[in-house]
Design a protein around this ligand. Structure first.
Ligand code: PRP
Length: 213
């Protein structure tokens, strides 16, 4: 039987670029994708019978869960937030950062005393899980879509749950890390059915990637 295409969904941006560099090292290339001006949405390597597409990070787990993509490359933050049913198979070790509870130093006390505070975040599910299930602290979660650090500065919330990479956004805004929720990095995820049906090809890909990590 002729091989079917293995489809890979990549989270748009830096992550996709890094992932394609990794794939290239193991001989999985996609020339079509290198043209930065293209408006094409899907890129094919006919020899390898592989297809690649770029999607908004939050949509990658959705494509993979439904099997529209066999494989996804996406941040652990998105995997945790989306809570989809899929296999997380490799930590790709790039895009390393941390999900943290941050705020002004004065908020430390509010966390210790389990005061009912407001938490602003782009990641309501991660924040809910952390405060309710791990800390057993009742809080009010406020969903924002960006520049989360603004929230405690203008008085929308006492703390935030957000990604910290270098820590410079926090520093420049008089905020600090108060608690660590989880370490993050790019991961490869696989659809549950694809893992069985395409086991040979996907296992080989995983094995090859592991040799360059
Ligand atoms: C992310 C994150 C922090 C910042 C952390 O924001 O939400 O704001 O990067 O990086 P640092 O610790 O190196 O300063 P991003 O730039 O992705 O944009 P956003 O504000 O729209 O979330």
């Amino acid at each position: 039987m002729k091989d079917r295409y293995i489809t890979v969904a990549l989270a748009k941006g830096r992550l996709a670029k890094k992932a394609m560099e990794m794939f290239e090292k193991i001989g999985v290339t996609c020339r079509e994708m290198e043209d930065e001006k293209t408006r094409k949405l899907i890129f094919v390597n006919e020899d390898l019978k592989m297809r690649f597409f770029l999607a908004k990070a939050n949509d990658v787990p959705t494509y993979v869960e439904y099997g529209a993509a066999d494989i996804g490359i996406v941040g652990k933050d998105t995997i945790m937030e989306e809570g989809r049913s899929l296999y997380e198979v490799i930590d790709l070790k790039f895009g390393k950062c941390r999900m943290c509870v941050c705020g002004p130093a004065s908020a430390r006390e509010l966390l210790q005393n389990h005061t009912q505070i407001r938490v602003a975040t782009k990641y309501p599910n991660i924040a809910k899980d952390y405060f309710y299930n791990r800390k057993h602290q009742t809080v009010e979660i406020i969903k924002l879509n960006g520049s989360i650090e603004l929230a405690p500065i203008v008085g929308l919330s006492e703390v935030i749950v957000d990604i910290v990479e270098t820590g410079s956004t926090l520093r420049e805004n008089g905020l600090e890390v108060l608690e660590e929720v989880a370490p993050l990095s790019a991961r490869m995820v696989v659809n549950r059915v694809s893992m069985k049906m395409e086991n040979a090809r996907i296992s080989r890909l995983i094995r090859d990637l592991k040799t360059i990590l």
